[in-house]
Design a protein around this ligand. Structure first.
Ligand code: SAH
Ligand code: SF4
Ligand code: F3S
Length: 438
């Protein structure tokens, strides 16, 4: 086994878990394949919506051919999809050429099972459904996200929003220890990462599973103390745990970005209740007011869903109203997708054409807001952390983000990647900003 390929679907947590899998495979002496095939192929799956699942299933199917051409290749399926009720065996049945299926609590054993597959052609399906397994510490990460290092601070979710599979496939909330997080943070800075993004299904619920009172605000306070030129971001925050202490520490710490991802899902109290979100639109707007009061320049982003069961036109109008009122710099918009085993899947469903019409209107509304906010950047000078080079029509530029999370493209070359630059914004095009280094 000399090369590997990891195909990742889903959220940043999955992207980061693929970095762990890459760390394990590299520890076994493998390197990343530069072609479409490899000796070991790992699918790290997602099942948050039907289309995420379908994409993964379609891709796995395509690898039947690889197995024909290279019968010694090892194919593994891991991640959230495998953890759904009965999915492990169903996957093995649908894709008999798959060698290894591992649940979300079993991923770390991938190295061992690859060895078994190679030495004895042994097939493995291992899905542990303990909702509160111990956190696996001490595995090497092979970071692949440029200047940014992801650090997971908590796993799982206790909220059981009625549409969502995450609590079923990721188990209950478990927070990593302060020591483990600080050590990983120090290492990331020592390795030269200029940005660290703290991850969790609900990152600001950190510590709720412990009795010692050490929560997200306390963790941010500790992390903010580290000197040096770097940035800290975090996602995703749940409105129910977005307290004053967290807002204060973000506002008062120069190295914690004024950038908050705060999914509201819907602007209608009726729908929020049916979703089991534990806040009202007024509670949410009060949090937004607090954030704006302390950080007028804060970039606020969100997740929005249309077509949830019982959503009427007036509920949808409430969502549009929230979009106009809050002024999100960006919003991830989704059509509700029924997930097997979740309460909302057995509620009356909104017709697909109604959801489609609503999502189009929602996207148009948010685009108008984005354009308006983008224009406000023009003429200003912003500090940008350069992330990458972009090449268009033979011209090389660099791109990076402002503290508020906006992507800026400007003249420069690869030598700027990983450095902070002051950039004057000259032009805005939808969400994209263009400028020059000053
Ligand atoms: N823990 C985060 C969200 C994680 S899932 C939170 O509570 O905010 C990311 C996003 O996917 C959610 O915010 C939601 O907007 C969307 N989502 C989750 N389940 C969905 C479903 N069944 N159909 C459509 N969108 C869904
Ligand atoms: Fe899913 Fe709700 Fe948990 Fe977010 S808080 S992961 S939407 S159940
Ligand atoms: Fe998908 Fe699992 Fe993330 S379902 S969104 S990969 S937690």
């Amino acid at each position: 086994m000399s090369t590997y390929k990891i195909v990742t679907y889903g959220c940043q947590m999955n992207v980061h878990e693929s970095e762990k899998i890459a760390g394990i495979l590299r520890g076994m002496g493998m390197s990343e394949s530069e072609t479409d095939s490899a000796d070991v192929v790992v699918f790290n799956t997602c099942c948050i919506r039907d289309n995420a699942e379908r994409k993964a299933v379609g891709q796995i199917g395509r690898f039947k051919q690889l197995k024909k051409e290279n019968p010694d290749a090892v194919i593994a399926v891991v991640g959230c999809m495998t953890q759904q009720d009965g999915a492990g065996l169903a996957l093995r049945k649908k894709f008999p050429f798959v060698d290894i299926v591992l649940g979300t609590n079993n991923t770390e054993k991938i190295g061992e099972y690859i060895r078994d597959a190679v030495s004895a052609r042994k097939k493995t399906v291992e899905i542990d459904d303990d909702p509160k397994p111990a956190i696996a510490e001490g595995y090497p990460y092979y970071r692949t996200s440029g200047v940014n290092a992801w650090i997971n601070i908590m796993y799982g979710c206790n909220n059981f929003c009625t549409y969502c599979v995450v609590p079923y496939v990721r188990g209950r909330e478990r927070s990593r220890t302060r020591d483990a997080i600080l050590r990983e943070f120090e290492q990331a800075l020592a390795d030269g990462y200029k940005e660290v993004t703290l991850l969790g299904q609900n990152v600001n619920s950190y510590g709720n599973d412990r009795a010692d009172g050490y929560g997200f605000a306390e963790l941010l306070t500790d992390l903010a103390k580290y000197g040096g030129d770097h940035r800290i971001r975090f996602m995703t925050s749940h409105p129910k745990d977005m307290d004053e202490k967290v807002i204060d520490i973000v506002a008062s710490s120069p190295n914690i970005c004024n950038n908050i991802h705060l999914p509201i899902q819907s602007g209608s109290d009726k729908i929020l209740k049916l979703m089991n979100r534990h806040y009202t639109r007024d509670d949410y707007l009060r949090i937004i007011d607090r954030i704006r009061e302390k950080m007028p320049d804060c970039g606020i982003t969100t997740d929005l869903m249309v077509g949830f069961p019982y959503e009427e036109e007036e509920d949808f109008e409430d969502t549009l109203d929230i979009v106009r009122r809050v002024g999100y710099s960006n919003a991830f918009t989704f059509v509700y997708s029924p997930r097997r085993g979740t309460p909302a899947a057995s509620m009356p469903q909104v017709p697909a054409e109604v959801s489609k019409r609503r999502i189009m209107r929602l996207i148009a509304e948010q685009n108008a807001v984005t354009r308006r906010l983008s224009r406000e950047y023009v003429g200003g000078v912003y500090r940008v952390l350069c992330e990458d080079v972009v090449e268009k029509n033979g011209v090389v530029s660099v791109c990076g983000r402002t503290e508020s999370g906006r992507m800026v493209t400007f003249g420069g070359d690869g030598s700027l990647v990983g450095t902070f630059c002051d950039v004057k914004i000259n032009r805005a095009q939808s969400a994209a900003l263009f400028g020059e280094k000053v």
